[in-house]
Ligand binder design. Sequence first.
Ligand code: 2M8
Length: 445
Amino acid sequence: MTTTTVPPETLAARAAYILRGNDIGELTTAAPQLYPHLWSWDAAFVAIGLATLSVPRAIAELRTLLRAQWRTGMLPHIVFGPDAGYFPGPDVWDCGVADTAPAGVRTSGICQPPVHAIAVRRVLDAGRRNGGTDRDLAETFAAETFDQWLAWHRWLATARDPAGRGLLEIYHGWESGMDNSPRWDQAYAAVVPGREMPVGRRHDLRHVTDAGQRPSDAEYQRYLWLVHQMHEARYDDDKVRDTVDFRMTDVFMSAVAALSSEVLAEIGDEFGRHAEAAELRALADRFRAGVLSTVSPETGLARDEDVRSGQRVDVPTVGGFAPLLCGGDERVVARQLDLLTGPLWCGHPALRYAVPPSATPELAGFQPRTYWRGPQWPFMNWLVWWTLRRRGATGLAAGIRTEALRQLSDLAFGEYYEPFTGEALGSAHQSWTAAVALDWLLTAD
Ligand code: 2M8
């Protein structure tokens, strides 16, 4: 059945063309102009899309990210390619000051949500479906790199959850991937840059049709100040934790860690790594419990916390749906499913497409055109779709897929979408947008 207003083969062909166009060799840029490098969680979704076209190319993408792994186990949020057109670039991050940065590759000094095990799962499944060389390559890849993914999860569990609460800490909004979400407003309000930061070097504003689609200069002042503080701490995990002006638990990242730990445990078992699989399952339990401990009885949403003040953030953003991702309490999940389909979220009467907005339109301060403050994000639709199916909510998942593909039928492959009009915003030809379209259209299961 056709689920889009353009034929699915047209949409798939266009998506493949975009991924091909953004491929600069060993990495696929997150977007052609705005993001001319590899971003950690983008690369996972990109690999999922690439796996529908070429299993070896999908593997190459993940290997590029793994080559940039820090000696601590951290996967950095950006792996820089040769292009100079992004700010803050490698000169600003200057990760050479860290003892643990990888040699021979330029990276940022922070991380992003650990969705990667889902990509490994998807690549492995594609290889096995195709059989022959693809199966061999995918199985070799999963077996060979298992320890690196494990190291990444172990690093998160120790460096970012030092007290074992089951809640990962972040030291920059960029680490959440939802950079200027209203989730972080309160925390950023308390960040006072100690000096003027060079926001004039921003490139991003040149690549969007209006500056209102991006974070403001005042926000960038704070973003850069935090980078400066981390650099001063030489990106040492303990020192950063003690000195940086932003220290939040991130429920969404914690839920992703629970989900991915579960997925990586399944892969571990398939390759005879039973002890490590048990360790990963214990981590999944820990993060799940952490996420569930934050759910508001009033709103049913999970809440981030300012670690220093202990204050919880009661702001209704898509991050609050963390329990949908990690599960663990049927009543909480059932309530979240009602919420998700209800009038505050996907069932909001003014939405053009019934997919989750990054914040509820009912939030005071909701901004339908601004980045993580209201627009809908196609890769997020895919993540919600995938987890809903995994948890057996197949009908609801199918509805999200249909609506998400309808949204993409403008063939713009936007970074994000205006929820009321369906206008594509931010960057055009965004890689993870094209990638999830390909997976939806070309993967049967
Ligand atoms: C956005 O973040 C970068 C900084 O990391 C930026 O605005 O310059 C976010 O949407 C993030 O989640 C995403 O990974 C990145 C690349 O698509 O862009």
